[in-house]
Write a protein that binds this ligand. Structure first.
Ligand code: DC
Length: 650
């Protein structure tokens, strides 16, 4: 399973240019395909769902081309139904494409098959099929009744009249009927049965149909009249707005992580209902500003988001972002009227409840609502994404709680926002990590501890962890060659660090881990890959706000490869031997310079040659040779780099 680890973040600020709206992109493509004339579609969304639509249009005989390197497309309209009368279309998990194409195909007088991924074959489409059958369309279920795959056959289509369609499961059925009915040429009325959900999406449909020359008259949200004798005409150029649902992640990041975060591509004039997510955020206390084409969010004055109880029926997609924002609120939060979550890319109600619990929230999952009780502190967790782009994107925000989070199968964001994590990385500021590596006796332990104190950062002495494993193994009388048993000890290690002291299972071992025979055993256990793997996550847990100084041989390469500052501390073997000599003499122990130098040289050679975590300086680490340098000078050097924000290697 592929995954992406997001480090704990300190906050978020900056600007993001949004990708094009999925809802607008797929609607405009279909309207342009059915219209008379050529349409230039500017800033089309580049994503899987849009690719499925483009492929389908090609298969149906619609000519389109990409205009240069930009996300601009020219679509040559058919001026009515699709010219190709027989086709098999695979539409992945693109709900917008399946629903709207099914309706247009049913009125195109051909023999078509429509299918998708397994999940698409569980997503309901019966309300739309029932509507289409009322005007004579012949649509058959070839798999499970009520769901794709479908076979559509030529039929005698009644021109106009009244069609009834349910509006309480998905608004996409109504959108599909609205966009396709002008193909019949007759005057038609659509009556919505049940309370129409997600109304703003219908508003997008009507707005775009009007741009292509078909004005629908609506009576409330119950009845829609399509005039007779109308047909779509290209408006020439259509600009696709930025995606307002995608905007929600960044706006929430600004509200949670301080901000300001500004999104460009949607604003006050947007036709997308999800811009009203900004209102919901404001209701939570976030400070929101809006321009014609941008929205900006900052944290509340108080610093904390307020608990909320909101009906979110009008913004079902962006509401998922609020469910994660609830983790940062000052009390239990209720998201109401979100039953449509159950028929989306996955059962989002169940999935969100499960994943929110993983990070520590207490969650009540109702039939059409969710109550999220935020935890006192967030827990690092691996988030499953259920092939649902929005789950992947909204859970990235957990990292703003100063908590690392793993996103499984992160590529599912390709559905609507292939570059999401890059954009998120640009606005979120990772908790800074200073990784200090180097050979034994280079003074890295002393330097790391002093740097951490000076910066007020946490400190990880990774060698101490291996030493504690050695002590625990000795106490449990585990054989030094029993890798599996040692890895178990490492995984469960009941260790606690406080200031410069160390406890194992409640017993202080600060001095015990420094004994010579433990050094030898520590170096043996550290050579076991299973032990190293068992300690990996535990080491990463040390990374918390405001920052971490991590010391040890694989800090910059394996444990924190993205560390902001990497320092490789070294000194000649003679200089290191002199320091060790002084330490031993100060402790009243016997010491011999010559053998110390020889020992160190041999150990360096062994360390560099070993296969497991060899001692190496990574390319992006700055080399600090302390042969002729005191501790103070070395500490000052590291601090200077951190204060100057310099992370480039020299
Ligand atoms: O730095 P130290 O002497 O306390 O480390 C104890 C042992 O653990 C030593 O043999 C090196 C090894 N070690 C390691 O392999 N990887 C680390 N990140 C830290 C220490």
């Amino acid at each position: 399973m592929e995954y992406l680890d997001l480090p704990p973040m300190l906050g978020a600020s900056g600007q993001v240019r949004l990708p094009g709206s999925k809802s607008i992109s797929n609607r405009v493509l279909l309207l342009a395909a059915l219209a008379q004339g050529e349409t230039l579609v500017r800033d089309l969304l580049a994503s899987d769902d849009v690719d499925r639509m483009l492929e389908a249009l090609s298969a149906l005989g619609i000519a389109w081309s990409r205009d240069g390197e930009r996300d601009d497309y020219r679509v040559v309209g058919a001026g009515g139904a699709f010219p190709v009368k027989s086709a098999e279309l695979f539409l992945g998990n693109a709900g917008t494409a399946v629903r709207s194409l099914t309706a247009a195909l049913a009125l195109s007088g051909g023999d078509y098959r429509v299918s998708g991924v397994a999940r698409m074959h569980e997503r309901p489409i019966a309300d739309l099929v029932d509507g289409l059958r009322q005007i004579g369309a012949e649509v058959r279920y070839t798999g499970t009744d009520g769901c794709p795959p479908l076979r559509i056959l030529p039929a005698q289509i009644r021109s106009g009249g009244t069609v009834k369609v349910r509006g309480d499961v998905s608004s996409q059925f109504l959108t599909a009927l609205l966009m396709s009915l002008p193909l019949t040429g007759g005057e038609a009325t659509i009556e919505v049965v049940g309370e129409l959900i997600s109304k703003p999406y219908i508003a997008i449909t009507l707005d775009l149909m009007a741009r292509f020359g078909v004005q629908v008259r609506r009576e409330g949200w119950e009845r829609f009249h399509i005039p007779g004798g109308v047909s779509y005409r290209s408006p020439g150029t259509v600009f696709v707005e930025g995606d307002a649902s995608s905007a929600s992640y960044f706006l929430a990041a600004g509200a949670i992580g301080g901000g300001p975060v500004r999104v460009r591509g949607v604003g006050r004039d947007s036709i997308q209902g999800d811009v009203r997510f900004a209102e919901a955020l404001a209701h939570l206390g976030a400070r929101i500003e809006m321009g014609d084409n941008w929205i900006e969010a900052r944290a509340p004055e108080s610093g904390v988001l307020s608990a909320f109880d909101l009906d979110l029926n009008h913004i079902p997609d962006a509401a998922m972002t609020l469910a994660v924002a609830a983790l940062f609120a000052d009390g239990p939060c209720t998201l109401r009227n979100i039953a449509s979550w159950r028929v989306k890319e996955t059962d989002r109600l169940a999935a969100m409840a499960t994943e929110l619990r993983k990070v520590g929230a207490t969650v009540e999952e109702g039939r059409d609502y969710l109550v999220v009780m935020p935890p006192a502190t967030l827990r690092a967790a691996a988030i499953d994404t259920y092939d649902d782009h929005r789950i992947a994107m909204c859970f990235s925000l957990v990292s703003l709680g100063g908590c690392r989070v793993r996103i499984n199968d992160p590529k599912c964001v390709n559905k609507t926002f292939p570059t999401y994590f890059e954009r998120y990385g640009e606005i979120a500021r990772a908790v800074p990590v200073v990784a200090i590596d180097g050979p034994s006796a280079s003074g890295k332990g002393t330097v790391a501890a002093r740097v951490a104190t000076a910066l007020g950062y946490h400190c990880l002495d990774s060698g101490a962890l291996y030493r504690v494993v050695a002590v625990a193994a000795q106490r449990a009388a585990v054989d030094g060659a029993d890798e599996a048993a040692l890895a178990r000890i490492a995984a469960e290690l009941p260790v606690r660090f406080e200031d410069a002291r160390v406890w194992l299972d409640g017993v202080e071992v600060t001095d015990a881990i420094r004994e010579e025979h433990i050094s030898v055993r520590a170096s043996q256990v550290a050579a076991l890959p299973a032990v190293r793997a068992a300690l990996l996550e535990r080491q990463r847990d040390f990374c918390r706000p405001p920052g971490l100084v991590a010391e040890g041989r694989d800090m910059a390469s394996v444990v924190f490869p993205d560390a902001r500052y990497k320092v490789y501390l070294t000194a000649s073997a003679e200089a290191r031997a002199r320091r060790r000599y002084k330490q031993l003499i100060d402790k009243g122990l016997a010491a011999n310079m010559e053998s110390l130098v020889k020992d160190l040289q041999e150990r360096d050679a062994r360390d560099a040659a070993r296969t497991v975590a060899p001692l190496t300086r990574v390319a992006d680490a700055v080399l600090l040779d302390t042969t002729d340098m005191g501790v103070e000078e070395a500490v000052a050097f590291v601090l200077h780099r951190v204060h100057a924000g310099t992370d480039a290697p020299v």
